[in-house]
Design a protein around this ligand. Structure first.
Ligand SMILES: [Zn+2]
Length: 79
């Protein structure tokens, strides 16, 4: 039989518990960021009228549907 003191047992229990919570939190954060990046992949904001629109084409300079100006492609940061 293995003899373990009560304090060591509590320490091990807390360590395992915190590891599980921390890894679940990391996993959740990773999934959330992936989902957010996927949602914003084709999202653009017009530099002239600030309209946000979807553009799934591969055009270098997509055209704004409202004002018709050409926009550079850059990633929108999640606010
Ligand atoms: Zn525009």
């Amino acid at each position: 039989m293995i003899h373990v003191s009560l304090s060591l047992l509590i320490f091990i229990y807390l360590g395992v518990f915190l590891t599980v919570i921390f890894s679940a939190w990391l996993r959740y954060e990773w999934v959330r960021r992936r989902r957010e990046n996927r949602a914003l992949r084709h999202r653009l904001r017009c530099a002239i009228c600030a309209l946000e629109f979807e553009d799934a084409t591969t055009d270098l300079l997509p055209r704004c549907p409202r004002c018709g100006s050409l926009n550079e492609r850059y990633r929108l940061r999640p606010s």
